[in-house]
Design a protein around this ligand. Structure first.
Ligand code: MN
Length: 215
């Protein structure tokens, strides 16, 4: 089996009060685990069965046989998206929250006018995504930063196979899960409150590393 569920780099309760322990337990231990298991099943016996990086599967989705491609899109996508999601959050005040510095801070200010301008654009993408999906900050070809959103477990790395449904394309360096399973236990229907709280746990150092790597 190529994919395995990565451990969380913090305890289930470490992100409280912004993201509650029970949500983390179910989100990681049940939802993400199911994407891993179903992605392995979808890719079994295909040319991509040995690939251990789910982002590579997203980029090479066209190589998955037709009868497995939707399952691979949903589940390798789910595995990739959640793996990034856990890495780009951290306990508030212990790696989480604050503002981006360094090259990423400069690039955000240049692309969006200011950090506040970026936050507004990103929050709007997350808030207005109808139904389930994700909001993204991506590094496009040429190094340009973009904000977009995708439905379900699609992501910008899938552009070759799914076209405009992949949002802005490029390399996602920050993703926000706006599926109800990510917030409903604590926030019920108040998605904007969840989005507002999530800024307190964004791990900008990690996002900054991904930015430099993506360039
Ligand atoms: Mn999720």
């Amino acid at each position: 089996m190529a994919f395995t569920l990565p451990d969380l780099p913090y305890s289930h309760a470490a992100l409280e009060p912004h993201i509650d322990a029970r949500t983390m337990e179910i989100h990681h231990g049940k939802h993400h685990a199911a994407y891993v298991a179903n992605a392995n099943k979808a890719l079994e016996g295909t040319p991509l069965a040995g690939v251990s990086d789910p982002w590579e599967v997203c980029r090479r989705l066209r190589e998955v046989p037709d009868d497995r491609r939707t399952a691979a899109r949903n589940n390798a996508g789910g595995h990739a998206n959640h793996s990034l999601f856990w890495q780009t959050i951290a306990p508030a005040g212990k790696g989480g929250g604050g503002t981006p510095g360094g090259a990423l801070g400069d690039a955000i200010a240049s692309a969006f006018g200011s950090f506040e301008g970026f936050r507004e654009k990103f929050a709007a993408a997350a808030t207005t995504r109808f139904g389930s999906g994700w909001a993204w900050l991506c590094v496009e070809k040429g190094g340009k930063l973009s904000v977009c959103s995708t439905a379900n477990q699609d992501n910008p790395a899938m552009r070759d196979a799914i076209g405009d449904a992949a949002g802005c394309g490029g390399t996602p360096i920050l993703g926000l899960d706006v599926w109800e399973h990510a917030y409903y236990l604590h926030y019920q229907n108040r998605r904007p409150d969840y989005i507002a709280a999530w800024w307190n746990v964004v791990n900008w150092a990690k996002v900054g590393e991904s930015y430099v790597k993506a360039l």
